[in-house]
Design a protein around this ligand. Structure first.
Ligand code: AKG
Ligand code: FE2
Length: 303
């Protein structure tokens, strides 16, 4: 690796917001042409900053959740202690403390340093383009390629999200081999809401990263119940995760003051496969749930 990859990456001209929104071929070319440069730049950036970057590890995760999950990995028959921490707040929508609010400043500090690295990052442009968000999974162009972040991201998905999802929604088993993730940031005058939609995931875990003193108003998530036609409106608190099947329609209300920062994680099957709606439910054992699939990560990206 030549030592100036970081500078080279910083000097690249990012495609315009308009070109990104229009999915212009030049945008795809930009990321394709620079995949290796960007990956090397993230490594170089991390090597240069080992002394002043926060260490991302499981100590950022809520202690009760961490301990229950660790016990379940040691002895899957103890998984009910994990389930006891998950609260059903709308039909098939579960909420629980994921990050320790007191430690979120460290995670956010890390993400601020990532922003300050000035390495091109591809903002999420799924339904809308979220300007101050980033793609988190290696399958996505312009993803946050810092090796220490990637290790932490993988731990969240493999150690926590997948077995918890299987505990709540057994039919996702086998449709949870592939991972996807992005961060989003809302503020009143730019990106402030997201219209009703479903996710192209088997299951979604959406975690709030606001600091305890970062208040906001509005920006609730609405979950639509197709059977009762009722809407459940839910608010995030620092470190809280909401976990739901991808096919549950949801929307974010406009944020009216403050800012909200979230990390959104998806699981789906190889090549984007999703469980059949109303498909047959095969019982799976606790032993099977607390495992990590050996399927290689493919390069299918939903957006
Ligand atoms: O506003 C949120 O936290 C939800 C975002 C969302 O549903 C999505 O990006 O798919
Ligand atoms: Fe969504």
């Amino acid at each position: 690796m030549s030592l100036n990859q970081l500078q080279y990456a910083r000097d690249l001209d990012l495609p315009s917001r308009e070109a990104m929104l229009q999915r212009a071929p030049s945008v795809q070319q930009f990321w394709d042409n620079n995949t290796d440069v960007l990956s090397n730049a993230w490594k170089e950036w991390e090597d240069n900053n080992t002394d002043n970057l926060f260490t991302l590890d499981s100590s950022l995760i809520d202690k009760n959740l961490r301990e229950a999950v660790m016990q379940a990995w040691e002895n899957p028959s103890k998984e009910l202690a994990v389930k006891d921490l998950l609260k059903e707040v709308a039909p098939d929508v579960f909420q629980f403390q994921f990050f320790d609010p007191e430690r979120l400043a460290d995670l956010r500090g890390y993400l601020e340093s990532v922003w300050d690295a000035q390495i091109p990052l591809r903002p999420p442009y799924g339904i809308v383009l979220n300007r101050r968000g980033a793609m988190l999974d290696k399958r996505s162009e312009g993803y946050l390629g810092a090796p220490s972040f990637q290790a932490f991201y993988r731990e969240i998905l493999d150690t926590y999200m997948r077995p918890i999802s299987r505990l709540l929604f057994p039919e996702v088993m086998g449709y949870d081999t592939q991972t996807f993730g992005f961060s989003i940031h809302y503020q009143p005058n730019t990106d402030n809401s997201i219209r009703p939609h479903t996710d192209a995931s088997a299951v979604t875990m959406n975690i709030n990263m606001n600091l305890p003193d970062e208040a906001f108003s509005g920006s609730e998530l609405d979950f639509f119940n197709p059977t009762t036609h009722q809407t459940k409106r839910l608010s995030f608190k620092p470190g809280i995760a909401m976990l739901h099947r991808g096919n549950v329609a949801h929307a974010a209300q406009p944020i009216t003051s403050g800012e909200r920062t979230n990390m959104v994680l998806w699981l789906f099957g190889d090549h984007g496969r999703l469980p059949q709606q109303g498909g047959e439910r095969v019982a799976i054992s606790a032993q099977e749930r607390w495992t990590i699939p050996t399927d290689p990560q493919d390069d299918y990206a939903p957006f």
